[in-house]
Design a protein. Structure first.
Length: 173
């Protein structure tokens, strides 16, 4: 089983959305049973909470129901997950710090920024390195986060399929 952990700061806006979008794509492509995903935060402010209401409402508009409960990144996650995917550079740095503290190693080879998979990365209007944090923003930013998550998760899934030679309906140990 290939496992993917999406990470942001609070685990109530960006990473639970990316988890929901990615899971839907995995199911649409017949890859469930071969890839599993989860999400976590680098901070503990919202542990136990459902995703932010605005994130859930926007996800529902796209046919995705989010039921994740926020949790904090733990040392076990560095053992359990094949891939770690950060929403922004601050999350990425926090992951490296946590990895070094719990395993003695930096988590670099299997740790990515979600926007490394953005086909529009070089677009001056829509590109960028980070998924914007919508928490203190208006509704349009929640939709922008969805659009980024959708196009990046599609490409992330292409990358994983390619790396592991996955086929729809196949079995993966
Ligand atoms: P997230 O957004 O990292 O995408 O879940 C945030 C959620 C909560 C806070 C900041 C960012 N907060 O400061 O409580």
């Amino acid at each position: 089983m290939i496992t993917v952990l999406f990470l942001c700061l609070g685990n109530i806006c960006r990473s639970p959305l990316a988890e929901g979008v990615f899971r839907q794509l995995v199911e649409e492509r017949g890859l469930d049973g071969q890839i599993e995903c989860d999400s976590a935060g680098t901070a503990s402010y919202h542990v136990g909470d459902l995703p932010d209401r605005r994130t859930r409402e926007n996800a529902l508009k796209h046919g995705i129901t989010l039921t994740h409960r926020a949790r904090r990144l733990s040392g076990e996650d560095f053992v359990q997950f094949t891939y770690l995917v950060a929403m922004d550079e601050a999350n990425y740095d926090a992951i490296q710090y946590a990895s070094h503290r719990s395993t003695g190693f930096y988590s670099e080879e299997n740790t990515f920024l979600l926007r490394e998979f953005d086909p529009l990365v070089d677009d001056p209007e829509q590109g960028g390195t980070n998924v914007p944090d919508p928490y203190y923003e208006e509704a349009n930013v929640f939709e922008q986060v969805y659009q980024i998550a959708y196009r990046c998760c599609n490409n992330l899934l292409n990358y994983i399929v390619d790396q592991h030679n996955l086929v729809a309906g196949g079995t993966q140990q």
